[in-house]
Design a protein around this ligand. Sequence first.
Ligand SMILES: Cc1ncc(C[n+]2csc(CCOP(=O)(O)OP(=O)(O)O)c2C)c(N)n1
Ligand SMILES: [Mg+2]
Length: 319
Amino acid sequence: MDKATLLDWYRQMVLVRRFEQRSAELYQLGKIGGFLHLYIGQEAVAVGSIGARRKQDHVITAYRDHAHALVVGTDPGALMAELLGKETGISKGRGGSMHMADVAHNYWGGYGIVGGHVPLGTGIALAEQYNGTDAVVLCYMGDGSTNIGYFHESLNLAGVWDLPVIYIVENNQYGMGTAVDRASAVPDISTKALAYGMEPKKVDGMNVIEVYEATRDAIAAIHDGKGPQFLDVITYRYEGHSMGDPLRYRTKEEVAKWREDDPIGVLERYILEKKIAGKETLEDIDQEVEKVIEQAVDFAEKSPFPALDTLFDNIYVEA
Ligand SMILES: Cc1ncc(C[n+]2csc(CCOP(=O)(O)OP(=O)(O)O)c2C)c(N)n1
Ligand SMILES: [Mg+2]
């Protein structure tokens, strides 16, 4: 992996982390309404996997969706403005935290219904196959989604039709306050893929390089005619499910253990130990990200709310 790529992944992970921390603060100040699901702890999943995608590949996910947007290259200001419900937001302030989408970057959102986007991602793959392109879909979901009917129907059709889709399970061990083994009849989620003819891979989701390699290999496997792919990416969210989660379902020791594998720390150690760059370079990146975030917040705060007479705009696509 070359130096520029590793430093860019470091920058992206810090960008996601700082964006999330800043949005938590704005939420507590009452500037963000509704739900807010943070990606803190899971950064290596979006950064590593989107690091492997080509421009033509699609990205779709559930409601824990800010990181994917930042990593595909959406302007942080437009994302922050979206969180604040402003007219300049990427979804014109109508979508908020759970419904960020950026068609210019092939990012299809952002959905609040658990598992509801899995057929949509599968359908995008069908469209690409139908049109004879080489594009693939990165369809992200939580572990909880794998218990939903949509998941099973989608994987079945993807298997039947050999669709160019990679199902990426962000297996953060919990769906809200319920541990995987209390909600899923098979605690090893990857085995579910076997029922649909896919050979699942388990991936260390705290290691950005491993996530990148697994995704790169999955794209290559699709192009080799091996059909849809399934990655069970083992990760952890350090914060609550959403804001205001009292976290009574897991112990402090468990969280502390996972913090030792903080994905930013893992990459930082790798960069320093292999002498790819020094501490100062990483600190410079931290500072640079800090500025980007402050500019994003400033832009969002100064932007206007949508005008009242636009209330019914952007609901249906004009024919
Ligand atoms: C169909 C449906 N059922 C229930 C909910 C309420 N709900 C919101 S998030 C969530 C947990 C999903 O967990 P998981 O898929 O593991 O994603 P994570 O939040 O861990 O990223 C539930 C049950 C919902 N939004 N949609
Ligand atoms: Mg989960």
